[in-house]
Write a protein that binds this ligand. Sequence first.
Ligand code: ADP
Ligand code: ADP
Ligand code: ZN
Ligand code: ZN
Length: 875
Amino acid sequence: MPHQPPSPVGFDAFVHVRGAREHNLKDVDVDLPRDAIVVFSGISGSGKSSLAFGTLYAEAQRRYLESLSPYARRLIDQVGVPDIDAIDGMPPAVALQQQRGTPNVRSTVGSITTLSSLLRMLYSRAGTYPPRQPMLYAEDFSPNTPQGACPTCHGLGYVYTVKDEAMVPDPSLSIRDRAIAAWPPAWHGQNLRDILVTLGYDVDKPWRELPKKDRDWILHTDEQPVVPVYAGFTPAETRAALRRKTEPSYMGTFTGARRYVLDTFANTQSALMKKRVARFMSGTTCATCDGRRLKREALSVTFAGLDIGTLSRLPLADIAELLAPAAKGRFDTPVATATRSRAAGRKDIARRVAAGGLPHTGGTDVRRTANLSEEKRIAAQRITRDLIGRIESLQGLGLGYLALDRSTPTLSSGELQRLRLATQVRSNLFGVVYVLDEPSAGLHPADAEALHAVMGQLKAAGNTLFVVEHDLDTLRRADWLVDVGPDAGQHGGRVLYSGPPLGLRDIEASHTRRYLFDAVPTRRRTPRHPSGWLELLGIQRNNLHGLDVRIPLGAFTSVTGVSGSGKSSLVSQALVELVGEHLGHEPAVEESSDDMPLPDAITRTAGRLGAGVGAIRRLVNVDQKPIGRTPRSNLATYTGLFDHVRKLFAATRAAKARRYGVGRFSFNVAQGRCPTCEGEGFVSIELLFMPSVYAPCPTCHGKRYNEKTLEIEWNGRNIAQVLGMTVDEALSFFADEAPVHRALALLHGIGLGYLRLGQPATELSGGEAQRIKLATELQRSQRGDSLYVLDEPTTGLHPFDVDKLMVQLHGLVDAGNTVVVVEHDMRVVADSDWMIDVGPGAGEKGGRIVAEGVPQDVASAGVGATAPYLQRALS
Ligand code: ADP
Ligand code: ADP
Ligand code: ZN
Ligand code: ZN
């Protein structure tokens, strides 16, 4: 059915919104066309998401739930309904939001795109089985089921080992001088040393001079002898005490170093301890399954010459290529390598022999003809076609470099959203509203072309797209633009304009207008002269193979390149790790888990730092990871300003009279907080088939504190009211309290004045979390020898907010620091002192330096994918 896209002037159906008051929305009435791409613009905090997600999507969701059951209806009452008078003409909606909070470690590219389940079906139904092996079910090909998982590694693909060199990094030290770095610090470490003394080991000899047998036992034993300990005794005194059977200080339990590391890693509740011991561990590929995560029987089944585990590690683009012949009904493919073909050929022939079809020749032919039964052929062709179609939509969005087994926590939120988007394109829904949150995030302007094409496809299929977006190019291409503002929080929440993009030109109050129509000239300034160069040599990480690169010190550098080219591998991984290691930071382990961290959290970058590293004394990685994973952490606690606020409350006369200390005003301490929600302000409600939702606590209604605590006021406000203030409100309320005021002023300066002090970490976007981290960092005194690393700091930011951010970052460089950003926004790149363009393509087609230099020079040279876009920004 060919669908006629509506012309920008004549839309025939509209969604009518009346009286929207969610969050900061000011009784908004607006009509939005259907079967069109509608983009919501406005500065950060203006109310775009409150309109698109909080109102439109939430209402569609509510109606859907309501149609289900009375039970669901009751839940909706508890969760709350959007504050709105009426919405007419709203079709069912699907939301593709940026990930907030931590995603599931076990989820992979294959699982969220459903490609993995299709592949499992393919192998189960149409795979080549060894002779006499019965057919397997699809679940047998899943490493996440007990039927499918490799029994050795339980489907993880790797096992943990603890290496001697890691546990004892400096064998010239004695045990007393802490040769065994893996042992716990402080008292517990001393205790283990004293036990060794009792056991008769020499703790004063250099480690390497101890007999191998002793060293092995101390590091690797699983025995846990319990022996008398004489605390504070010398070895000689201990021996004497043992002979005399003197009463010991206590009985101590010995634990070998390896066992200590593994037990602590598996059992500790403390993230810090987990991080500490993770340093001594390495993830090694499981020898049983060779990292393919499946049981032997499953791995013996092949398709196109490969087992499913091997196939899942290939980039999607390669999988599509491998499956292409089968999709065309050709199964007589030459198989990939000689070894594989020989094995496969032999098996295949054996199978035919077993089936009574062929005399046994025993020969090995390199070209083989898979003799699939007719039924299998049909299944194979149908499934491979479907697979290829799905992969093509992913390739279209620039994601062909991803492998199926890539875990989603290692993806950027932009990659994740595009994965979901591509999956939707294939779902053939129509008459649906897709609500998208900044789909251009993480996309190089060259990749964005593909995104626009996919959005066009969804529209052409008869759907409506509501898109929250900052990218000016996307704004220009919209059929309809809704500009929200003019400013953030209570100074926003109005619809300034709703109509075709060009009409925004006349709206004076709009910040967006300036960037869209006025040729805001990119600030031309003379690039700074670097104070030196930091060299990175022989970098090996993901798709970087022995890369050498230099970064100017005391300057602002942008690293650019298409999605998947290796920017993050170079900056957020290699640079951060090598400099961190040099400075003696503990390597960061993904805080993903109750689960085990992934091996890539433990694998290190290979390579080294050359000249220039001496000039860096501090490393600050300002990433977009959440500032906390529970509603307990919030803006006020993270920045430290809440400590000052609590002191103010504890110092009031009323608090002193009741002997309330600072702890009383913490919602993490039992005395002061609400007992029902234990200070969370929310209780969580489990929904069937859906993520659980938070509803306000029925006792304190979100105030988090008990009545007694709330009776204490400072300047007429109680502690819950303070947490309810926005940064801007608090700015005047705490005008005379220097430490609080200073922190607030920085948050305001970076465009976060609209956030509430108590806004839970779980409600913050990645971009907000990143700016909170930056503001917290800016509170410190600047010594001028720090390296700041930011991965896509402009994500989620309106150009107006980007300008504010750039002022802060340039301030850091002016103070003598070095700033390195990964960036797609050409306005930012143009405003840098230096740029490094990585590419030319994605995955293994990238990973090299294509161009580097002063942005103006790179643009004029015209080399690399970025130059043409940069040229436009500079002209
Ligand atoms: P935008 O999407 O334009 O950045 P939002 O719609 O997220 O803006 O926010 C608009 C206003 O609503 C801000 O003042 C913000 O602090 C507030 N707000 C956002 N989410 C919530 C929430 N869950 N509860 C209360 N206020 C919120
Ligand atoms: P960019 O930042 O330019 O988008 P990345 O550095 O994230 O690119 O990715 C470069 C290549 O390395 C891609 O092929 C990507 O799939 C791969 N890669 C990145 N991170 C990981 C990881 N944690 N595990 C495996 N492969 C990764
Ligand atoms: Zn295994
Ligand atoms: Zn409560």
